[in-house]
Ligand binder design. Structure first.
Ligand code: ADP
Length: 551
């Protein structure tokens, strides 16, 4: 802007100067021309008057004149001539001015020297006797005058250029200074600026407010988006149409095991075939879903193309960790297949016995034996179904159990008295130690937990062995432990005995009426009560299972 004003000012100044010089010169030359003509006319009139009164001899007295004087006859012949100092030219032969004078009384004409450096002006006047008097004078032509003035004119131009430059520089600076000093953060508050800028400043101020509002709105939305995506446990990546990453959340980096800031092509994040296929499919405009195994975890990839006005502009990739869901689904399937299997075995036996019985061809003793087997299998089924129900109640958390204060010592005493007949049958001694200890819990579930532990301790004991239940409290915790002197659990199996339907020795478990769900029920009961389970066992020596409740 500064330069533009400077150039504009210089242009105006120099144009005005140039025009002024040209005009002034034109006016001056015109003025001198008129002056010469007027002088020529006056002198011609004077000489004409003198010739008419004094006769032609008057011309002889005009030797020192700077004009060239000629007297022509009406036919154009020279009658007399008064020479000047030789500078005035009189070589004009067409006699235009003389002819004009003969016609109208006076006449004027001009001629230039061969180099056009001089101009001769002729003035002719007709005398009363019919002769024509011509007076001529020679002066420098306008071109010669101009050429003579070139040097001073150049000096004037240089001087004017210098002055104009300085002034234009100052003017442009003084014009631009208040504009440069504008406070664009608060344009309306700029007092010392041009009045004419006021509407513009108000417009800028309004636009600034609008832009600030929009920026805040955009920042708020971006923050909202960031908060949403950052708090997502799912990974989230957006890309442009060629796969360059635009946004991502930290879950995406965590799930894909990438560290640091990412600003490259999405395909460089992971080399897995499924990941590549999902991304390329989305970038090709097709939605796709794939599962991917990475570092022992299973991820679900959902890749969506993003289009605007029918044109693909990018993709959104969502990464979900489905390991738990996958494992649970696997467990559920395993459980269903185990349940079916466990139910099928007793039902097949029952069906087999009933089939033989219905023929009526069995003797009384066999009928009694078969009936006992059918009863035993039916009891197994009832126990199994009841264990499954208990487990599913604990599993789904669908049932709201009432919590009460339960004395674990009294409860254990009651369970032991219930189990005494079966313990006696197996020649096992049941002992209870400890003191009254109360926890807040669900009596029914606590009963099932302690019952299952004691029942196992009897079932997997040795003839003449003991089962010792101890209940104690240390103020912050209540501890129930069941110790037996039984067959124990091999070290390698310890981690698995809490799994559903897992038995160390399947046939022994069946023999003693086990379902493979007892310890699962204990585990889920403990989870329900926020209690910890510990298991210590030695093959052939015995087992201790301890449940620690926090009070
Ligand atoms: P089950 O109905 O077969 O007893 P559990 O879930 O209660 O099923 O126990 C799982 C397995 O753990 C049992 O089959 C048994 O092999 C082993 N087990 C449980 N308790 C004991 C124990 N006190 N002593 C030895 N083995 C045990």
């Amino acid at each position: 802007m500064n330069k533009k004003i400077f150039r504009g000012t210089m242009f105006v100044a120099l144009s005005v100067l140039f025009a002024s010089v040209i005009l002034t010169l034109g006016i001056l030359l015109d003025f001198f021309e008129r002056q010469i003509q007027s002088e020529l006319k006056n002198e011609a009139a004077y000489i004409a008057h003198a010739i008419e009164s004094q006769g032609i001899s008057f011309l002889d007295s005009l030797n020192s004149t700077d004009k060239h004087i000629t007297l022509f006859s009406p036919s154009g012949e020279i009658i007399a001539e008064a020479q000047d100092d030789g500078r005035t030219r009189n070589d004009r032969t067409d006699l235009d001015d003389v002819k004009q004078a003969l016609e109208s009384g006076t006449g004027m004409s001009h001629s230039y020297s061969g180099t056009r450096t001089e101009k001769t002006t002729y003035y002719a006047i007709k005398l009363t006797d019919g002769n024509v008097l011509r007076v001529s004078t020679t002066q420098y032509s306008a071109i010669t005058i101009l050429l003579g003035l070139i040097q001073p004119l150049i000096l004037v131009f240089v001087f004017a250029f210098a002055i104009s430059s300085i002034l234009a520089y100052r003017i442009s600076n003084s014009i631009v200074k208040p504009i440069n000093a504008l406070n664009l953060n608060n344009p309306v508050a700029s007092d010392d600026t041009y009045e004419e800028l006021s509407p513009l400043l108000h417009k800028i101020s309004a636009q600034k407010r609008t832009i600030e509002r929009r920026i805040k709105e955009a920042q708020r939305k971006q923050e909202e988006f960031r908060l949403i995506t950052e708090n997502m446990s799912e990974g989230f990546i957006t890309t442009d149409e060629v796969g360059n990453i635009l946004t991502y959340n930290h879950s995406a980096l965590r799930l894909l095991n990438v560290s640091g800031v990412v600003c490259e092509n999405i395909l460089t994040l992971n080399k897995a075939q499924e990941f590549r296929e999902a991304v390329l499919s989305a970038l090709g405009g097709e939605r796709s879903e794939r599962n991917m195994l990475l570092d022992d975890r299973i991820y679900s990839l959902i890749a969506n193309p993003v289009a605007e006005n029918g044109k693909l502009i990018g993709s959104i990739i969502i990464i979900l960790d489905i390991t738990e869901t996958f494992r649970q689904e696997l467990l559920r399937r395993e459980f269903t297949s185990n349940v079916s299997h466990e139910l099928k075995t007793p039902l097949t036996s029952i069906s087999g016995f009933a089939e033989i019985l219905k023929t009526g061809a069995t003797d009384n003793e066999t009928v009694v034996d078969f009936s006992k087997s059918i009863y035993d299998e039916a009891q197994r089924l009832i126990t199994l179904v009841s264990d499954i129900i208990k487990l599913s109640e604990l599993d789904e958390g669908s049932i709201e159990f009432d919590r009460t204060d339960v004395d674990l010592f009294a409860l254990s005493e009651e369970i032991i008295s219930r189990l005494t007949p079966s313990a006696e049958r197996a020649d096992i001694k049941l002992l209870l130690r400890g003191e009254s200890t109360t926890v807040s819990g669900v009596r029914k579930i606590l009963d099932e937990m302690i019952y299952n532990l004691c029942d196992n301790a009897i079932k997997y004991n040795k003839k003449g062995g003991t089962v010792e239940v101890s209940v104690k409290s240390d103020g912050t915790t209540a501890i129930v432990s069941v110790r037996d002197t039984g067959i124990g659990i091999p070290q390698a199996e310890l981690a698995r005995v809490f799994e559903r339907f897992y038995r160390v020795d399947k046939s022994h478990s069946k023999e003693v009426g086990g379902t493979g769900l007892g310890l699962s029920i204990v585990k889920h009961g403990a989870i329900y009560h926020n209690a910890q389970i510990s298991l210590d066992s030695k093959s052939g020596e015995g087992t201790v299972i301890t449940i620690t409740f926090s009070k």
